[in-house]
Design a protein around this ligand. Structure first.
Ligand code: ATP
Ligand code: MG
Length: 570
């Protein structure tokens, strides 16, 4: 895999200025370091340096997947519509699916993922229990017409993914394949030098029974992740929590007062009402009317909280949940949108736990332009159901160890799903068991955003001068920076000595020292070996470590030993 090069004949178009289109460090640095170029919105080319990084990440992933026995294949990016109709996803996937027609008018899509294709292969070729279990994987460009492509290759419309699929006889077997992938993923992300968290996640577009996301922690992350020092992790939708028992500091007084109507003409949002009544949002009961397959319902959460629709769906026992229309709100409450409250409402009430301990709270009065003060849950209304309904907040307690939960930002670099029979049932991927009975194959699927991972690594490893690559995924492991003209033959000697054992870039360009130093910092190669003034004086090479800035002056023959220690840990 080693591929040492001379800078003068290698294509690295570095830039001095940040590109205007880029908002985040990784995007700016990848363009400035000559790793990627943009062709269209969300569509990027990988130049030699960028592709070299991707290929290093790929090699790590391949090693770890081969180690768990998975087998590499490559599937077609072009996928016929009929396949997606079998799984029901031609409709479900929506506008993110890149659709196209061939010259005969037949419809296709460009694969955003490959469950359909791989399930077809297995359905057509597996007959007996003796042929299972196994796992297949591939590296490939995926296509998704993202609504908001941004941050360069972080959220692109064409991106490089590794996708694996496991096929088992039983649910238990599938859990075992899942665990093997899960463990391999941990090794992969650790080897890539990433600080990451594993969180329970929902199964979204892919479907299935349960899933985990591997999140690289970073302030630019698009998703909030809930983590605990004990190792518990979940995305905000999936997070469970228990609540700290608060003292009565939110209550106006402990004594329950009588409800009073307050005229609030045209004031309907929580911000408007809290401003008008000069009370914090924690004193308000938000009443949200939803439409479900069981009819209209009301959900109550505190004014400062956000509803978790997953919890509400589970509490009501429904699949479909949508906000009610203004007409439906009128029907449920007798008042227009913005004045709903729990008193006298005509639909079942589902209340968040926090609501029950509120005293003298404020809510809509179910009368146009009126709110009610001094509402006391229990006395003034009784919910049909109560329990946790809101999204987790920082400071809630861990469901596993009761420490305080933290909410951080994360970049999703990997996702594992236990699919069960989500695809094998509709696509009839079956096998005959020992007794001759036909059974459904139990599947799992596992993705890694390989190109996104490169960008995520830069988010975690950079400074004001450029990238600081983790050694394992650096495009080159060390750079020879030849400054003094007289040092050419020494540089050539060093290059010849090291280039088979290490991935070396030899900066032999006729450029000023300043340009060479800046490029080396920008590109972020872990070890710099400078042949400059010091070398001419006493034959010592200045060795600089990019991550710490530490310098050593070494004789050429001492360098191999230092590289071995620093780059190979030996
Ligand atoms: P996201 O929530 O970020 O859209 P996803 O849940 O749609 O991701 P998966 O379908 O699980 O993603 O795809 C597997 C992996 O591919 C993700 O974990 C992520 O690392 C990567 N990925 C997904 N969408 C993109 C994209 N638009 N650009 C680059 N990488 C992506
Ligand atoms: Mg997505």
């Amino acid at each position: 895999m080693r591929d040492s090069r001379r800078f003068s004949s290698y294509f690295i178009p570095t830039l001095k200025e940040d590109p205007r289109e880029a908002e985040i460090p990784s995007h700016k640095l990848m363009i400035r370091a000559g790793m990627i170029r943009r062709l269209a919105s969300g569509v990027y080319e990988f130049l030699p340096l960028g592709w070299k990084v991707v290929r290093k990440i790929e090699a790590i992933i391949r090693e770890e997947l081969n180690a768990i026995g998975a087998q590499e294949i490559i599937m077609s990016a072009l996928q016929p519509k009929e396949l997606w109709e079998e799984s029901g996803r031609w409709e479900l996937y929506g506008p993110e699916l890149m659709r196209l027609k061939d010259r005969g008018g037949r419809e296709f899509c460009l694969g955003p993922t490959h469950e359909e294709v791989v399930t077809r292969i297995v359905a057509e070729n597996i007959k007996s229990y003796r042929q299972l279990p196994f796992s297949l994987y591939q590296f490939q460009m995926k296509f998704r017409d993202e609504i908001r492509p941004r941050f360069g290759i972080m959220r692109a419309r064409e991106f490089y993914m590794k996708d694996s699929y496991s096929f088992d006889l039983t649910e238990e077997g599938c859990r075992n394949s899942y665990d093997k992938h899960y463990e391999a993923y941990k090794k992969i992300f650790t080897r890539c030098g990433l600080d990451y968290a594993i969180v329970e996640a929902d199964t979204g577009n892919i479907g299935g029974e349960y899933s985990h996301e591997f999140m690289v922690l970073s302030s630019i992350g698009e998703e909030a992740v809930v983590v605990c020092s004990c190792g518990y992790g979940a995305n905000t939708e999936m997070a469970s929590y228990s609540i700290v028992e608060k003292s009565s500091d939110l209550e106006e007084s402990s004594e329950e007062k009588e409800p009073v109507e307050v005229n609030t003409p045209g004031l309907s949002s929580i911000e408007e009402i809290t401003g008008f009544m000069k009370m914090p949002a924690e004193r308000f009961i938000k009443t949200l009317i939803y439409k479900t397959e069981k009819g209209l319902i009301a959900a109550l959460i505190r004014g400062d909280a956000e509803l978790n629709e997953r919890l509400l769906k589970a509490a009501v026992g429904v699949e479909d949940l949508t906000m009610a229309s203004p007409e439906e709100i009128q029907e449920a409450t007798g008042a227009p949108l913005g004045f709903s409250g729990p008193l006298g409402i005509k639909v079942p009430i589902y209340a968040d736990t926090e609501i029950l301990s509120m005293k003298n709270a404020v809510s809509g009065a179910n009368i146009k332009d009126y709110h009610l003060k001094n509402i006391n849950p229990g006395r003034d209304f009784t919910p049909e159901w109560s329990g946790n309904l809101r999204l987790v907040r920082a400071g809630d307690l861990c469901p596993e160890c009761s420490s305080e939960l933290k909410i951080l930002r994360g970049i999703e670099v990997g996702h594992t799903f236990l699919l069960g029979n989500r695809y094998s049932a509709p696509m009839q991927a079956n096998y005959t068991d020992e007794k001759g009975d036909e059974k459904e194959i139990v599947m799992g699927c596992y993705g890694i955003g390989v190109s996104r991972l490169a960008a995520a690594a830069i988010e975690q490893h950079h400074d004001e001068y450029g990238i600081i690559w983790p050694t394992a995924i650096a495009p080159f492991e060390a750079v020879i920076i030849q400054i003094a003209d007289d040092a050419e033959s020494a540089a050539a000697g060093l290059y010849a000595d090291l280039k088979e054992e290490y991935d070396i870039l030899w900066d032999d360009r006729k450029e000023s020292p300043g340009v060479k130093f800046k490029d080396a910092q920008l590109i972020g190669i872990p070890v710099q070996m400078i042949l400059g003034k010091q070398f001419l004086k006493d034959g010592r090479v200045e060795v600089v470590f990019r991550s710490t800035g530490e310098k050593q002056y070494l004789l050429p023959e001492e360098i191999a030993g230092i590289l071995k220690k620093h780059l190979r840990g030996k």
